[in-house]
Ligand binder design. Structure first.
Ligand code: AMP
Ligand code: ZN
Length: 113
């Protein structure tokens, strides 16, 4: 189920433009508007849920599906020597879009954190 007010749901529906690099029936991957690395993609499930704490069986299935797809998508988009995945959860992590998403960062040597 999508949420009409959510920016990522609106991207999925095509109401807001995005630089999509991959899409299938379960997920969509597009370039982050404000890249924090040479390659910065967002992998977004095509179902609206905010947080890992809301994950039930169907969401867990989508997340695990996404994790199986990400290696190839990352490689196809220039992450040929590794990459970092980040899932921000809530305010302390600086989450700004409350539609769960996986940041894919790479294309260069990333700083330690
Ligand atoms: P987070 O802080 O983990 O919630 O990440 C949200 C990310 O979404 C940020 O890195 C933003 O730059 C990115 N973002 C917000 N709006 C858009 C948009 N319309 N298209 C692409 N990326 C976006
Ligand atoms: Zn959404």
């Amino acid at each position: 189920m999508l949420d009409g007010k959510c920016v990522f749901c609106r991207i999925i529906k095509g109401e807001i433009p995005s630089a999509k690099v991959y899409e299938d029936e379960k997920m969509c991957v597009f370039k982050d508007l404000e890249p924090k690395a040479k390659v910065h993609l967002l992998a977004v499930p095509k179902t609206h849920f905010k947080l890992l704490s809301e994950v039930g069986g169907s969401e867990a299935e989508i997340l695990s599906y996404m994790l199986t797809k990400i290696p190839q998508i990352a490689a196809d988009n220039g992450c040929t020597n590794g990459y970092r995945l980040i899932i921000n959860q809530g305010d302390d992590a600086g989450q700004t879009v409350f539609h769960l998403h996986i940041h894919i960062l790479g294309g260069e040597k990333l700083s330690d954190f």
